[in-house]
Design a protein around this ligand. Structure first.
Ligand SMILES: [Zn+2]
Ligand SMILES: [Zn+2]
Length: 232
């Protein structure tokens, strides 16, 4: 009997963990924590983050991050163990990542409550709305972030137009990329579009590097070379 050993895997990168008791910093909330097992790449998830629902994981990363690159923040959120390769949990990512990056870059201050409110604006977009009604929760998140920054609502004129243009531009780019759904691709499109709109319309410049999606090998929806974000 026997012949097998118990292996634990990193919730972030799926590498096999090594037993090394000591202190570790939570990858999601930044808390200094006691750890029994460590990822070779240094990832650690505290118990509160490990067991969080997606929206709570998004909020924890948004509150703790000091990064100014919204793509890096979004990838940290999407590495949360509650995230599936695709699904409606992606809808809240662009708004939270963009507002956290703008706060960290000193370009627009948002409280955790304001970030949570922007995320909730995307919560009623159902799974598969891209194909069933031409909508995408991630693209709506780009609009929600821009609306929060410029103070738009249905009574404002120029601000409302800017929000409409943000979401429609993101949806148009997603359509141009073609293929079936990939929620990681939608998140990248939403963030790139909002970053462009905020720079053009308001001079708010967030630096984002060339995107190289780290999720391809565990994402059955990945379009590989058919996606501009695929890491070749
Ligand atoms: Zn890891
Ligand atoms: Zn944590």
């Amino acid at each position: 009997m026997g012949g097998w050993t118990l292996a634990y895997h990193c919730p972030v990168c799926r590498e096999e963990l090594v037993e090394r008791p000591g202190r570790a910093t939570c990858w999601f909330c930044g808390r200094d924590d006691e750890a029994e097992w460590t990822c070779p790449a240094g990832h650690h998830a505290c118990e509160d983050c490990r067991t969080a629902e997606p929206d709570e994981g998004i909020a924890r990363v948004a509150a703790a991050t000091t990064e100014t690159d919204p793509v890096a923040i979004a990838e940290r959120m999407m590495s949360h163990p509650s995230f599936q390769p695709s699904g409606p949990e992606h809808h809240g990512v662009p708004a939270a990542a963009l507002l956290a990056a703008l706060r960290n870059a000193g370009l627009h201050a948002s409280s955790p409550e304001r970030i949570g409110a922007a995320v909730r604006r995307t919560a009623d977009v159902p799974l598969g709305a891209c194909g069933s009604r031409g909508d995408c929760g991630a693209c709506v998140g780009a609009g929600a972030a821009v609306a929060a920054v410029v103070g738009a609502d249905y009574r404002t004129a120029a601000e409302r137009a800017l929000v409409l243009r943000t979401t429609s531009r993101a949806l148009g780019r997603l359509a141009d990329l073609g293929g079936a759904r990939c929620c990681k691709q939608a998140v990248y499109v939403a963030i790139e579009t909002a970053v462009q709109v905020l720079a053009e319309a308001r001079g708010l410049r967030l630096e984002i590097p060339a995107i190289r999606c780290p999720f391809a090998d565990r994402n059955p929806d990945c379009k590989k070379d058919g996606c501009p974000y695929h890491d070749r």
